[in-house]
Design a protein. Structure first.
Length: 409
């Protein structure tokens, strides 16, 4: 996994020790995923092109992390690999714009990774899949701040935060007859989060290091149901129950003052946790004709139940329940290239993605598009999504582009 992060140099207008954050951060609390709080499973390139809809159409085994019942729509054997680049602009996070560190504009954090892969097998009325995906990033823009006196560097600060969550999935699906299917997925996730702040007073050599590291782990299941009401209409339901993410944290605080021959080291450990919300999704797909279809998805997140302990203390997160909406239309056409038959699927989607903070109330509105090219047993999908936020007054932006290869046998 390769991760690229932007950086910014701040000029402090006066020389003073750095003060801790003093205002409500909102969108980008320390544990907040990059881009959005509202994450359900893993979105492949095809799903990204249709507005992040993943619970109504099966393009690859990636669907098992969102609605495992749809595994029965795949061929007998199927595999996929997915790579993505994603990013978000931030204004208020950690030490930035919450205390004495001020920026003139939004800052960007970006990540690039081979982020998903898996395979599925269908036998009779059963389907089984295995997969792994990076489902959350915790990166922030890296920051360097400086203070000058008489045009001489007298103080500097470096801040960095990075982390991710990788989810392993095993899913089983079974047809119930008459167009009904049900599926169950078992998910185990592990990851890390690291936050480091280094301060140095150049002339005296005094330095302070504040480092926090966490190892994350969780186990949860998800299940899904699909029902073909008619030849044209399908309805789906998927559910991810509330569950707890365990967070084993350690802290290291180092104070060094060579002039006074002083060295102080303080270490700490804690068993922390996050109580994550129930996620309920309802979706539908309707065929407008042989080559056109539309699909929609509504996701409910019970964020009002969210709880977090950070080094033994329960943190305040003033969250509300939210509902995310997405709608997409797709078209499939066939043609010949060098005498070979190919099919091309075009996708366009829109989504409305409210964030859970009560103040400020913030919502991302996004547009998506994508293409899928299939030749015999292989399909190459590309998807891209861009969104802009309203509510914080900072017009934050998010983007993601993704490419996946899927094989059918």
């Amino acid at each position: 996994m390769k991760k690229n992060k932007t950086g910014l140099i701040f000029l402090l207008l006066f020389f003073a020790p750095l003060l801790p954050g003093q205002t409500v951060i909102g969108q980008y609390e320390e544990e907040a995923p990059l881009r959005t709080w509202n994450i359900l499973g893993f979105v492949s390139a095809a799903g990204l092109g249709r507005g992040n809809i993943m619970t109504v159409i099966a393009d690859s085994p990636a669907v098992a992390l969102s609605n495992p019942a749809l595994l029965l729509d795949l061929p007998r054997f199927c595999f996929f690999l997915n790579g993505s680049t994603e990013g978000a602009s931030l204004f208020r996070f950690a030490l930035v714009n919450t205390g004495v560190l001020q920026s003139m504009s939004n800052l960007w954090a970006k990540t690039t990774a081979l982020d998903g892969g898996g395979l599925s097998l269908k036998l009779g009325g059963w389907a089984l899949s295995f997969g792994v995906a990076i489902t959350e990033y915790f990166d922030r823009p890296s920051v360097r701040a400086e203070s000058l006196a008489n045009n001489q560097l007298v103080y500097e600060l470096h801040f960095g935060q990075e982390g991710f969550l990788r989810t392993w999935n095993m899913a089983l699906a079974r047809t119930l007859g008459r167009g009904f299917a049900i599926g169950l997925g078992l998910n185990y996730a592990t990851g890390t989060m690291e936050i480091v702040t280094n301060e140095t007073w150049i002339k005296s050599g005094l330095s302070i290091k504040d480092e926090k590291k966490s190892r994350l782990s969780e186990f949860h299941f998800n299940w899904g149901l699909s029902a073909d009401i008619s030849q044209s209409l399908r309805l789906t339901i998927s559910l991810q129950p509330p569950h707890r993410r365990h967070k084993n944290s350690s802290s290291l605080y180092e104070y060094s003052a060579p002039a006074g021959k002083t060295s102080i080291v303080i270490q700490g450990e804690a068993e922390d946790s996050m109580d994550l919300p129930l996620i309920l999704s309802v979706g539908s797909r309707y065929f407008l004709g042989p080559k056109w279809w539309v699909c929609g998805e509504t996701n409910f997140f019970s964020w009002s139940k969210y709880k977090l302990t950070w080094f033994g203390e329960e943190e305040t997160r003033n969250f509300r329940d939210v509902i995310r909406f997405a709608l997409a239309i797709e078209n499939m056409s066939s043609f010949f290239l060098f005498g070979q038959p190919l099919s091309l699927t075009s996708r366009v989607g829109v989504q409305v993605d409210p964030q859970p903070m009560k103040a400020p109330r913030s919502t991302y509105t996004g547009l998506s598009s994508g293409l899928g090219l299939r030749w015999k047993y292989l399909r190459l999908d590309f998807g891209a999504s861009w969104g802009q936020e309203k509510g914080s007054g900072k017009s934050l932006q998010v983007f993601r582009s993704s490419l996946s290869l899927t094989g059918y046998f």
